[in-house]
Ligand binder design. Structure first.
Ligand code: BES
Ligand code: MN
Ligand code: ZN
Length: 499
């Protein structure tokens, strides 16, 4: 889809559809539409009255004023009350407007942004994100004639009131487009069945984002190389699977950047639970257990396009967790790359086991900070529900910055305590630690386990995305399935760390 910005004076082609926004309880759409059609007010008022449209959130009004100047159709999306307005409201309303345009087979639309205090660039970005994410569908495995991904919608133009706002809009639309497409790539990877989305496939997908750019390089390690690096934990989990593991290291370099961030993703391409096998309903969605790594891949696609001035490593150890004849067993002791050992209490607590090696590898690179994303614990879903990710970390400043980046992206993060007193729950008699501390405080003990593989002097944050990685129900700008959660949050965060 193409996004462009135009000023009224240069508005050449008439749009097929005009997209406007309205605040709840106001008798006119918001934004500078007067120059477009001064008589629009009257037409809007009568259409709104006929359709009982009041500008509430989640509502839209579509009308076809016969005598309207250029546009033949007008779609107005409700924003709710003006005093509650923000980027997220706009993102949601834009998604709904885009879906209306798609069902009406609109090919090109002209958007007039709301007239509200705030950052014009951020508003343009929010609209583009809403449009691209709101139209996302995973149709790869549907047979029959293929519709175009966005229906007929090919072009969305933004009408800017001045040269200055045109520049802000242009920057916002570009960023929104890059971030939203990266999120869609992550969604595609999460939605891909484990039948095809194997560790080797995931490594290939990571390689694909390095093509056509010199800013990102990649190293992919096979099983022998993983053994030579002494990643006994990753190998332990991989032992029960017929699919060989892969270890992936992406590297984005920004000339002159002073800060280096390492991103680590959990990459279990299918989590059967291993010998501690999951019941069928618990296993159902476990193709999504690589959503952390999928986010890393999406983020790197965007980094190559945005080129922020910050260096970034992307790391994941990919494997299946299967109960094959060579599978790792309870009471086995595995040794991670950093030399620490773990006693296996439950083969279904495999994520932290594989992350032990990924975090050890990341720490050896001596980055300024490490952030991991993992569909790690069912306990986090119990605690925070399906829409809120848990965050735990060793430096409050890092946690706070990530929380504010998430707020900007309209994603939800809530901090859980990394309480050292719970360490006793994962103490082992035979090894340095156990891989499970039981049900209580499961997200906290999992994080305490991970912390053992990050050097103390490196600030570290762990984001548990077990709930939000996949949605059972369609949300405002996401259909059911992979969500691409954290891609936009982390990209916002990385851009805030430019130097
Ligand atoms: N991948 C799961 C966690 C998960 C659960 C993700 C639900 C998404 C939705 C993880 O590997 C797991 O099985 N965790 C166990 C840990 C337990 C055995 C200590 C869990 O949460 O039950
Ligand atoms: Mn598991
Ligand atoms: Zn898992």
């Amino acid at each position: 889809m193409k996004f462009t910005v135009e000023q009224h004076a240069t508005l050449r082609r008439a749009p097929e559809t005009l997209v406007l926004f309205a605040f709840e309880g106001e008798d006119r759409p918001t934004g500078a539409w007067e120059s477009f059609d001064a008589s629009l007010q009257r037409k809007f008022a009568s259409a709104a009255k006929n359709e009982d449209f009041t500008g509430k959130e989640k509502s839209t009004l579509t009308f076809y004023p016969a005598d309207v100047k250029p546009a033949k159709r007008i779609v107005v999306a409700g924003l709710g009350k003006r005093d509650k307005f923000g980027g997220e409201r706009l993102r949601r309303a834009a998604a709904l407007a885009a879906q209306r345009c798609r069902s009406a087979s609109v090919a090109n639309a002209l958007v007039i942004l709301p007239d509200a205090t705030g950052d014009a660039r951020a508003y343009a970005q929010a609209v583009v994100e809403g449009v691209v994410l709101g139209l996302y569908e995973f149709k790869k495995y549907k047979s029959g004639p293929k519709d175009k991904p966005n229906g007929k919608l090919e072009q969305v133009r933004f009408l800017a009131g001045s040269a200055k706002s045109a520049r802000a809009y242009a920057e916002g639309t570009r960023r929104g487009d890059v971030l939203a497409r990266a999120t869609c790539l992550t969604r595609d990877l999460v939605n891909e069945p484990a039948l095809t989305c194997t560790p080797r496939f995931l490594a290939e997908q990571a390689r694909a984002v390095t093509r056509g750019t010199r800013s990102v390089s990649i190293k992919v390690f096979d099983e022998d190389q993983i053994r030579r690096m002494k990643m006994g934990a990753l190998l332990g989990v991989a032992a029960g699977s017929a699919e060989p593991p892969r270890f992936v290291h992406l590297h984005y370099r920004a000339p002159g950047a002073r800060r280096t961030v390492a991103l680590v993703g959990k990459a279990i391409t299918f989590d059967s639970g291993g010998l501690c096998i999951k019941p069928a309903d618990g296993m159902l969605n476990m193709k999504n257990d690589m959503a952390g790594a999928a986010a890393v891949i999406g983020i790197f696609q965007a980094l190559a396009e945005l080129r922020p001035k910050v260096n970034v490593h992307g790391i994941f150890g990919a494997t299946e967790n299967m109960p094959g004849g060579r599978a790792y067993k309870t009471r086995d002791v595995l040794s991670a790359m950093n030399g620490k050992t773990m006693e296996i209490i439950n083969t279904d607590a495999e994520g932290r086991v594989t992350l032990a090696d990924s975090l050890s590898y990341a720490a050896k690179l001596k980055p300024d900070e490490i952030i991991d994303m993992a569909t790690l614990t069912g306990a986090c879903v119990v605690a925070l529900g399906p829409e809120i990710s848990g965050i735990l970390g060793t430096q409050q400043d890092l946690v706070n910055r990530l929380a504010s980046a998430a707020r900007e992206a309209g994603e939800k993060l809530w901090q859980l305590p990394l309480d050292e007193d719970y360490w006793d729950m994962i103490k082992s008699d035979v090894a340095d630690m156990k891989n499970s501390g039981g049900r209580f405080g499961g997200s906290i003990t999992a994080a305490l386990f991970l912390k053992e593989f990050v050097d103390k002097e490196i600030p570290w944050a762990h984001i548990d995305i077990a709930g939000p990685a996949l949605s059972d129900q369609a949300g405002p700008y996401k259909p059911a399935g992979g969500t691409g959660v954290m891609v936009r949050t982390i990209l916002n965060y990385l851009e805030s760390r430019e130097s």
